[in-house]
Design a protein around this ligand. Sequence first.
Ligand code: NDP
Length: 399
Amino acid sequence: MAKVVIIGCGGVGTVVAHKCAQHPEVFGEIVIASRTLAKCEKVVKAIGRPNVSADSVDADDVEQLVALFGRHKPDMVINVALPYQDLTIMEACLRSGVNYLDTANYEPRDVAHFEYSWQWAYAERFEKAGLTAILGCGFDPGVSGVFTAYAAKHYFSAMETLDIVDCNAGDHGKAFATNFNPEINIREITQNGRYWEEGRWVVTKPLEYHRSLTYPNIGPRESYLLYHEELESLVKNYPTIKRARFWMTFGQEYLTHLRVIQDIGMARIDEVDYNGTKIVPLQFLKAVLPNPQDLGENYHGETSIGCRISGKDKEGKPLTYYIYNNCSHEEAYRETGMQAVSYTTGVPAMCGAMMFLTGKWNLKGVRNVEEFDPDPFLAAIAENGLPWHEVVGGDLEMD
Ligand code: NDP
């Protein structure tokens, strides 16, 4: 039986901890470590099992991480802190001989820019150490990549277009709130869009392109083209893809608030002087917005995230394929006390760790999820609260 350290005890960390605790046959010991010990202790108490304990760490500090790993000797660390901590945690894993998994790629604090190059640069060191780092194992990135790998394995000889479609049709009853860390979320949405076409990246203005897409069990929702990190690894690993895009739904009310936040300078990520104190407006905004972890109680409705793919089937004939999961906010809350956005991220993170620890995913080095066998992982997420569905030969609504 394995030992894991979960770093980060926010919405996603709480779900990962609950889900790992449901599998004592795999996760023999679980340590939840974050900056604030009291938050970890609260989750440990809620789970109420003797093999789950709490610790604290500042994951910006490699020495503290090495000491944490020295105290607990984990087989794997599940990093669900913030993307800023990815590199320090990977560095500490190398120093301590620990395997690594995360759900979001590294971002420097002072530039809202995400790409895999910083983490891919660790490939050789992980490989030489005989260790594995699994990158982007939430829902998107995460399940979106595994869905694509599943389509490639079972349906297509050549995938030509890929559209990842992410709809949150939930209502939390607040005028404005983000579903995961507000700082990370607003940085993602307010930057330029980008999609892959005919071998190059096409840059768009933030939220410039949008269209109505119909989501199963939900109906039509306005969907906006964003850049999302899994596009980078998917077009590299599946070079037949001619066009790859990512779409996310937003309501008018959300977009109006977002525009005002930007217009008045509250989305800025540079430091400003306030009465002699340096503050970053977006970090200050995070402090006054609703905490995403507190949204669950009154959240109704569901999310629907999937991949719409076209290309040639195994016989070379044209094929369209849609694979998706719908997740209810109410059910996620009943099980873990968290809403569906945290749930759909935490369940795949637990399942990715389970795949590694049970030897089903056993490549060494720094890997994106689509490099592994999709079948056991998709079976595991379905058994652990995220059933998925397929539509073969339907209208993808994409041109
Ligand atoms: P939260 O803000 O709710 O939680 C973040 C946690 O990280 C907090 O417990 C915080 O600790 C901890 N943390 C922050 N900085 C440090 C540090 N220096 N050292 C130790 N702990 C630290 O975020 P979420 O749970 O919503 O999101 C977690 C991650 O999941 C993010 O990276 C996000 O990008 C990713 N994500 C991925 C998705 C996917 O589908 N792939 C979807 C949604 C999120 P404290 O509270 O003590 O400050």
